[in-house]
Design a protein around this ligand. Structure first.
Ligand code: ZN
Ligand code: ZN
Ligand code: ZN
Length: 352
């Protein structure tokens, strides 16, 4: 906070709170807020009825429960004198920020995002966090292996049914929650975030599966495609380009490179193959307690990659109305090179 010039840090619902305190707040209309003055002690303000769920951490924060007739925002404002700079969490509800503005108007308080304080901490994963990402990645890999082995029936089922099947398997493999299970067949795969529908999967199609969840607080995220029958040459050739681009993106994720270098490495190969117009999104996103968090692997992000940075490398090629494909692994930058959290087969596995 000293380095960032922040006088007060206010963290409400979202993952900064469990990161700092071990307590995950319910996203309720009743305010929960960790209040950290730059030179004082931290206070966790919680609704009284939620207080029993908090595991107290003496030396980290003091617990301050508020009752149903209290004004919790006034309570928060009273814990800190008038800060010149207040850092507020990205996912604090607007209603609380609006009320806070009544106590600390902008003529004397400047508001900044809590990322100014939290990003350095959150992006650089420590040994325990990397182990958690590895465990989540291995669990997602086991579901990908089931997909590749043909254990998950595809032909004749709807995308939605396969999505539910994959979700159940993520839980069976140890995830606590499923964050998403995109299943997109044929032309639907040309929409990167296609919502699994009642569309029935047919012989001869490429099916894109992008799934992940949270396991012991940390996220998995993997994309694999399978071909139901021998793929046409156009698809097989494009997949070879995608495979090479993804590997190049992973290889570029070294300590000291810029985040945008990962994007450039993958994009260069897809561009060179004449398919650049079909790669319509950034190459990757950071991952940790959230499925998408800093740092982002995108042109314009010159942030240097540091040891412990965890991110996806997921180039895609999407031909509208025809087909789509994406290949995604989670990678953690380490002193001796990129460490992949995913080891499932990278090939376009042919089934049936
Ligand atoms: Zn995505
Ligand atoms: Zn994904
Ligand atoms: Zn992803």
């Amino acid at each position: 906070m000293h380095r960032a010039g922040v006088d007060a840090l206010l963290v409400s619902v979202g993952s900064d709170l469990p990161y700092l305190t071990g307590y995950e707040a319910m996203p309720l209309e009743r305010l929960t807020m960790l209040v950290v003055p730059r030179d004082g002690d931290a206070t966790l303000v919680v609704p009284r009825l939620e207080a029993p769920r908090v595991v107290e951490q003496p030396g980290v924060f003091t617990l301050l429960p508020w009752g149903e007739t209290d004004d919790p925002v006034a309570l928060v404002a009273g814990l800190v004198g008038r800060p010149a700079v207040a850092a507020v969490g990205d996912t604090m509800w607007a209603r609380f920020l609006v009320e806070l503005l009544g106590h600390w108007p902008t003529d004397a308080t400047r508001y900044v995002r809590s990322t100014s304080v939290m990003n350095d901490l959150r992006m650089r994963k420590d040994v325990a966090e990397i182990a958690a990402l590895q465990a989540a990645g291995a669990a997602a890999d086991r579901v990908a292996a089931q997909l590749h082995a043909g254990d998950i029936p595809l032909v004749g089922r709807t995308e939605a049914a396969v999505s539910a099947d994959i979700s159940a398997r993520l839980i069976a493999e140890g995830h606590d929650v499923v964050n998403f299970a995109i299943v997109a067949a044929g032309e639907n795969a040309a929409s990167p975030h296609h919502h699994a529908s009642d569309r029935v999967i047919r012989e001869g199609e490429v099916v894109l599966c992008d799934f992940g969840g949270t396991m012991a607080g940390y996220c998995s995220d993997i994309t694999r495609c399978v071909s139901l029958g021998e793929p046409p040459a156009e698809v097989a050739d494009a997949y070879a380009v995608l495979h090479e681009a993804q590997a190049a993106g992973v290889a570029a994720g070294v300590v000291g490179a810029a985040c945008q270098d990962v994007d450039r490495a993958a994009r260069r190969i897809i561009d060179a193959a004449g398919l650049g117009e079909y790669f319509i999104h950034r190459t990757g996103h950071g991952i940790g307690m959230e499925a998408h968090e800093d740092p982002y692997m995108v042109e314009g992000n010159d942030l240097p990659i540091e040891a412990g940075h965890a991110f996806s490398v997921e180039p895609g090629i999407y031909v509208p109305g025809k087909w789509g494909m994406r290949l995604e692994d989670i990678v953690v930058a380490a002193a001796d090179g990129p460490l992949s959290m995913n080891h499932a087969d990278h090939a376009l596995v042919t089934l049936g």
